[in-house]
Design a protein. Structure first.
Length: 234
């Protein structure tokens, strides 16, 4: 009995040491991965990286992580149509992340996530003086309201239109007015659309991550992200 008890104590101690070493290794790896992602993607802030699965050391031995969550509350600044645009609330879940021992390379088999563009930041991306973008309100699910100023026959006129938001080619946010109240005046629709309709290509996201769906909400535009062979570092 004493021999069995001693063996059990040794196994418990060894197990505790292994778990402690495993968790310590995860902590170091998460910090290294966060720094690498920040530097390789040119982020202003450091993302929160969480490596899932246990034990971690066996995953490292296989050079493959089951699941990794990457979150950046401060957002990222991407290039959009020659202008910078702030994409906030970036949150991604990566599956099957292939890495090397120094974390200089990290490629995920597949990924999904979300991001957000506030109406303030979307307005800045319009690029038209006096144009603003906001929520269309109740009864206009998933729509935005775009307001622009234009001059017709010497008069300054303000026009607001209800617009649909969509994704084009997996990298572009398109805002297109459903209908223009031209009121029979020639050239008004074209002039209004120059102020209210726009495409903004979003670049600067990790390679392989694409825009999938977009939805307008009362507080901003929510974007669903998907991808395969997503390159986070290297």
């Amino acid at each position: 009995m004493r021999g069995i008890r001693a063996t059990l104590i040794v196994l418990i101690v060894l197990g505790a040491l292994f778990v402690g070493a495993d968790r310590a290794a995860v902590y170091v790896a998460e910090n290294q991965a966060a720094d690498k992602i920040r530097n390789s993607q040119g982020l202003s802030g450091t993302p929160d990286v969480s490596i899932k699965g246990f034990p971690f050391l066996t995953q490292i031995a296989d050079s493959r992580l089951d699941e990794v969550d990457v979150k950046l509350d401060g957002g990222i600044t991407a290039e959009s149509g020659g202008r910078s645009i702030r994409v906030s609330g970036f949150d991604a879940r990566l599956h099957g992340v292939r890495i090397n021992s120094s974390f200089t390379s990290a490629v995920a088999d597949r990924a999904s996530g979300t991001a957000r563009i506030s109406y303030e930041d979307l307005t800045k991306a319009v690029g038209e003086p006096g144009a603003t973008v906001g929520y269309a309100g109740q009864g206009q699910t998933g729509k935005v309201k775009v307001t622009g100023h234009l001059k017709i026959m010497g008069q300054d006129i303000e026009r607001s239109v209800i617009s649909s938001v969509s994704i084009v080619d997996g990298n572009t946010v398109r805002v297109h007015a459903d209908e223009i109240p031209a009121q029979g005046l020639p050239g008004v629709e074209e002039a209004v659309r120059k102020k209210t309709d726009f495409d903004r290509r979003i670049t600067g996201l990790p390679k392989g991550l694409k825009l999938d769906k977009v939805e307008a909400t009362p507080t901003g535009v929510d974007i669903t992200l998907t991808g395969s062979d997503v390159n986070l570092a290297g």
